[in-house]
Design a protein around this ligand. Structure first.
Ligand code: ZN
Length: 206
């Protein structure tokens, strides 16, 4: 089993699972991306209200590159956290230069659902702070673009908090697993089993 915790298919953020016969299962997520907060009209889509269709809230979060909308981003992210808690859905988090604020909001809102920080590409120290607040870490492009940092992260992350993803890279998720396994010096099967178990914990919140 290969779990791709965050990718996009037909303009939709999804979780994609590839089983051992390479049959795929696509699970939709729903959320207002921090780049799109100005288009959000506080209307929760039918899919989410009817529960069954949406596996997680995502991708949502904070992005400091878009400073001009940051206040609105916080407002919308708060709303996303509320939805996640009331529908008991995990959250796929997009975070750019706003880790402190993400942690602050998790504390402030007393959020209990699992949050996955997708596309993590920061220091081991930042990762440790996120882990201390019960978050999961998902790695993708950092494995290819910053190998030293990726090795450092992989050496220090507890396996039960790790996810892997392709996001918009267009890579094959099996290659991402192979790359991570090579950097960790472990078998790809071990990684598959562990990450599938981690995914089971997210799914179990519903
Ligand atoms: Zn994405």
């Amino acid at each position: 089993m290969f779990v791709d915790i965050h990718t996009h298919i037909d303009n939709q953020a999804v979780i994609r699972i590839l089983d051992d016969n390479f049959k795929e299962k696509v699970l939709k997520t729903w959320g207002v991306h921090p780049w799109e907060v100005n288009d959000y009209d506080n209307e929760v889509p039918h899919d989410l209200r009817s529960l069954g269709m949406t596996i997680a809230i995502g991708e949502v979060g904070l992005d400091k590159v878009y400073k001009e909308t940051f206040e609105k981003q916080i407002e919308v992210f708060e709303e996303m956290i509320r939805l996640s808690e009331s529908y008991r859905k995990p959250v796929i988090v997009h975070c750019v230069r706003a880790y402190a604020e993400i942690i602050e909001m998790r504390k402030k809102m007393k959020a209990t659902m699992p949050w996955v920080i997708h596309g993590f590409n920061s220091s081991v120290e930042t990762m440790r702070q996120l882990l201390r607040h019960d978050m999961y870490i998902s790695l993708g492009e950092v494995l290819y673009r910053n190998e030293n940092q990726a090795v450092n992260i992989l050496k220090n992350i507890p396996m039960e908090r790790l996810f892997l993803e392709t996001d918009v890279s267009g890579r094959d998720i099996r290659d991402v697993y192979a790359k991570a396994a090579a950097l960790m010096g472990c078998d790809i099967e071990v990684l598959c089993r562990q990450i599938f178990e981690n995914y089971g914990r997210l799914e179990a919140t519903h």
